[in-house]
Design a protein around this ligand. Structure first.
Ligand code: ADP
Length: 485
């Protein structure tokens, strides 16, 4: 089975969020099942400068506003996965964030940049590479949303279906919506601009194109696949998602143990495993030292590793800081995003340097240090398609404190008395998006932490969860077989 993943990020070369972790881990997991999957990405500098064994596949000339477009086949340095990279300097050779300029304004030509990605994907289902063609094109998020549309346009034009298509929603809130006029520049039939097509309230939606034209839609957890069919979380697309509910399924993301395992992680102070968590104490102590926090062993360290956005429920954390600090707990935050949240957290940390530390920005090593060294990782999201941070927390025996929503609800079980009695507790879960419920979950974490033996039992159970990518890879492989028959 030949599958082409189409995406804009790929760990370890380029990552702004969980999408990169998924696209970095899924193809190798599929390869284990004998699935020949390749990845197509835009030629951002992070890709162009770091891939190896580049081989020119096609010279595409001028396309979508770029004077000179070339397609290369290459490899990532540390993986055997083959990567197609679209070299189009006019569109992709820009420093920094792949989607926005230094002032965080989305690039005005994003529609052309990501139309090119979708268009090349469809060509790779045809004869663009004489030695390989995709049987299934698997697009990830709005950046790849036009791939199924180009495939459909080709099918209508020639009467021949080049490849089946799957579209995975990693976050429905990011939609890639552009004015109607862009349609004239991206080589799609004008009549695709239809409510039964890629039209969304008078504009062109790349996300809707993916949802409408793909043969099957997946999202990254079973709960989120249900939630997005309702008005509250459907971001205006719940009607379409309801109509396509028979083609929509949720496949839970996994954890790549080559990157996130306390047993082998080379970025942390000491390794540990389910049988002996002594190494975790060394990680804890190293975290306190690195952050300049007071050394204490008695009270839990709470942590956040997150994009600082409205989605992540960080206003609850801001309001709950006193609940944590007044009980002697410590709080470590790593994140970047919303300027007000950045300032508010930094201010609180400056006033309580022994108890609270904030680092702004993106830092992979510090993320590992925190996940290994803290006791409770908090993900109190308003909505959460899957969430990887809580999965990393489980693997490292850092109990997740989460809101019962999306993938968080599917992966963490609250330490209620009955769950503790049953041995199924793995963290702390609260329901309503509200400060009082968040605060109660924090108090539950303190209460359990004071009962050392019970905390250890929950920690061990959390670390024993089977979170690898194999189950997800199997589910996707089955889907590929279904759509390609
Ligand atoms: P999302 O994709 O919505 O950002 P996920 O929980 O699915 O959320 O994935 C987030 C990923 O990004 C995790 O791998 C997490 O460790 C990482 N991450 C988030 N913020 C930072 C940061 N500031 N520095 C390093 N890694 C981060």
């Amino acid at each position: 089975m030949r599958v082409l993943h189409v995406c804009s990020e790929l760990f370890p070369l380029l990552k702004t969020g969980g999408l990169a972790d998924v696209t970095g881990a899924l193809p190798p997991a599929l390869a284990e099942l004998g699935c020949d999957s390749r990845v197509l990405v835009p030629g951002f500098p992070a890709f162009m400068n770091n891939v190896i064994d580049k081989e020119l596949i096609a010279d595409l000339g001028a396309k979508f506003g770029a004077a000179d477009v070339r397609l290369y086949l290459a490899k990532t340095p540390d993986s055997s996965i083959s990567l197609y990279v679209i070299d189009a300097p006019d569109l992709f050779d820009r420093p920094g964030n792949p989607y926005a300029d230094a002032d965080n304004h989305a690039y005005a030509d994003n529609y052309r940049r990501f139309a090119l990605l979708g268009w090349v994907a469809a060509q790779l289902a045809g004869s663009l590479d004489s030695e390989w063609s995709a049987e299934v094109v698997h697009g990830h998020d709005w950046h790849a949303g036009l791939a199924p549309a180009y495939l459909k346009a080709e099918e209508i034009k020639t009467g021949q279906k080049l490849a089946a298509s799957i579209f995975t929603v990693h976050n429905l809130a990011y939609q890639g919506v552009f004015p109607y006029r862009v349609l004239a520049e991206i080589d799609l039939p004008i009549w695709f601009f239809n409510i039964h097509g890629l039209e969304f309230h008078g504009q062109v939606s790349f996300l809707k194109a993916g949802l409408f034209f793909a043969d099957k839609i997946t999202t990254v957890s079973p709960s989120y696949s249900r939630e997005i069919q309702g008005e509250e979380q459907g971001c205006g697309l719940h009607g379409l998602l309801q109509a396509r509910s028979h083609d929509l399924s949720g496949v839970l993301n996994g954890v790549d143990p080559a990157v996130w395992s306390p047993v082998t992680d080379s970025l942390i102070a000491a390794n540990y495993n389910t049988r002996s968590v002594a190494g975790k104490l060394a990680c804890r102590s190293a975290l306190q030292e690195y952050c300049g926090l007071a050394k204490q062993d008695e009270k839990p360290i709470f942590a956040i590793v997150s994009r600082l956005t409205e989605q992540k429920g960080l206003n609850l954390v801001l309001a709950g800081i006193d609940e944590i600090l007044s009980r002697g707990g410590q709080l470590v935050i790593l994140g970047s995003g919303d300027a007000e949240l950045e300032a508010a957290f930094s201010e609180r940390a400056a006033a309580n340097p022994e108890l609270m530390a904030v680092q702004l920005g993106y830092d992979e090593v510090h993320a590992h240090r925190i996940i290994a060294g803290s006791d409770v990782i908090m993900v109190p999201s308003r909505f959460e398609p899957c969430g990887l941070t809580q999965l990393y927390g489980l693997s490292y025996g850092t109990l997740p404190l989460v809101r019962k929503v999306g993938g968080l609800a599917d992966t963490v079980t609250d330490s209620s008395l009955e769950n503790l009695a049953d041995g199924t507790a793995s963290g702390f879960v609260f329901n309503g998006f509200d400060v009082a419920e968040f605060g109660a979950a924090v108090r539950r974490a303190f209460a359990l932490h004071a009962r050392k033996a019970e905390w250890k039992r929950v920690q061990k159970y959390a670390m024993q969860q089977q979170l690898g990518w194999d189950a997800a890879a199997k589910a996707y492989y089955e889907l590929y077989q279904q759509v390609s028959n």
